[in-house]
Design a protein. Structure first.
Length: 135
């Protein structure tokens, strides 16, 4: 076995947790910006209550916290993946065909990172893993 394969086998589960934590934290910030005004949005105004953007912010806030903690990670990541697919097709794709021009490249990345996490699970640094060990 090569050194790279040994490294990958040893660190893959931990790096999965790191990927989940970093992606969830950045995703969570989108929700806090929309609903809590932190960090302050460029427009200075949040979305109208129960608007599509407000609902997206609520999902980002709740799902971001769940994924950050690694709690109910698979369903949270699956729902977040779907939200990002909808965000791309509703909010970005109508502007332009190319993601680099329509601002949707982050939505696409989130969609597939969360889809991956929904399939692989949260990794060892998670409340889900702690709950499994306790059973």
């Amino acid at each position: 076995m090569s050194a790279m394969e040994t490294f990958a086998l040893r660190w893959a589960p931990t790096l999965l947790s790191v990927l989940r934590i970093v992606a969830a934290l950045i995703f969570l910030l989108h929700g806090t910006q929309k609903l809590l005004g932190f960090p302050p949005p460029a427009s200075g105004v949040g979305p109208a209550f129960l608007s599509l953007s407000w609902i997206a912010g609520a999902l980002e806030l709740v799902l971001g916290v769940l994924m950050l903690l690694g709690l109910f990670t698979r369903p949270a990541a699956f729902i977040a993946s779907g939200e990002m697919a909808l965000a791309y097709f509703i909010g970005h794709a109508p502007r332009n065909l190319f993601p680099t021009l329509n601002g949707g490249d982050a939505a696409i990345l989130y969609c597939f990172v969360f889809l991956y996490i929904s399939a692989t699970g949260p990794g060892p640094w998670s409340l889900d893993a702690m709950r499994r060990r306790a059973l």
